[in-house]
Design a protein around this ligand. Sequence first.
Ligand SMILES: NC(=O)c1ccc[n+]([C@@H]2O[C@H](COP(=O)([O-])OP(=O)(O)OC[C@H]3O[C@@H](n4cnc5c(N)ncnc54)[C@H](OP(=O)(O)O)[C@@H]3O)[C@@H](O)[C@H]2O)c1
Length: 266
Amino acid sequence: MFGKVLALPSAIPEATAIRKQLVINDLSIHHEDSNKSRSKCLPQNLSRFPLFLQYMNYVVFGGSRGIGAAVVERLMNEGHAIWAVSRSGEVPIAGLPDTIDGVVYAPGSINLKPFRGLKLDEFRADFELNAMGAVKALQSCLPAMKTAGKASVVLFSTVAVQSGMSFHASIAMAKGAIEGLTRSLAAEWAPQIRVNAIAPSLVNTDLAARLLSTPEKVEASGKRHPLQRVGEPQDIAAAVEFLLGASSDWMTGQILAIDGGMGSLR
Ligand SMILES: NC(=O)c1ccc[n+]([C@@H]2O[C@H](COP(=O)([O-])OP(=O)(O)OC[C@H]3O[C@@H](n4cnc5c(N)ncnc54)[C@H](OP(=O)(O)O)[C@@H]3O)[C@@H](O)[C@H]2O)c1
């Protein structure tokens, strides 16, 4: 299922490693060139460049389009090494790194139908992609996350799990499993690996294209949200970056609603 890695794993980590080395050298050269009495200033200098010492290896399943692509762009802009896995990538998944600091599993579906029109195979397909796909992704990355010592996982649910919505039986069932998986693994893997999920409402991606195919549909969908618009991939990517990074270091087992207020306000 996950046959490919988009971001060339041989090129990106090398570039990142070189940059990391250069920055560390820069700091130490600066230190060595300075008067000895300035050695006490080194921690202060280091704290001015905290990000330079925190490049991470992140694996983004579903990183070619939509929310996953926005996550990849954001993380790469911060200088991290990214392995973006999808069906349309170019490099075999065997190229995943030995050490993984964070995993995002973004593949998912929006299969909205009345219950009577949903075939058993559709329930199975939604469950396979949304829930079992996440399980397989995490199984493939677990040894490398353990090697990292500390890692963070971000999964995807939907607003329709906590708020009952017509025609969402199949996707809400599959994503409900993700919420259970999130809390179970958060308990099992603490304190080394944190596991959180994001529950978005409607986001403007290929996956939602049918629901947002005209300006009128975009406007009507936006108006159903207290914040009066549908989501953009960047709205969600910002939360993913937060959950992956040190700013959320005391958070695990949470389902974060990024939904324009849809799930909790009337
Ligand atoms: N968009 C929304 O309105 C919305 C709302 C609630 C929840 N969500 C959830 O948010 C997550 C991201 O959604 P999105 O809108 O960004 O989705 P998207 O636009 O469909 O992008 C999905 C990504 O996953 C990859 N992918 C799809 N099927 C795959 C498979 N079988 N194996 C490997 N990769 C696969 C796609 O690339 P390839 O096609 O190249 O494989 C693509 O990179 C999903 O879990 C979705 O359920 C989205």
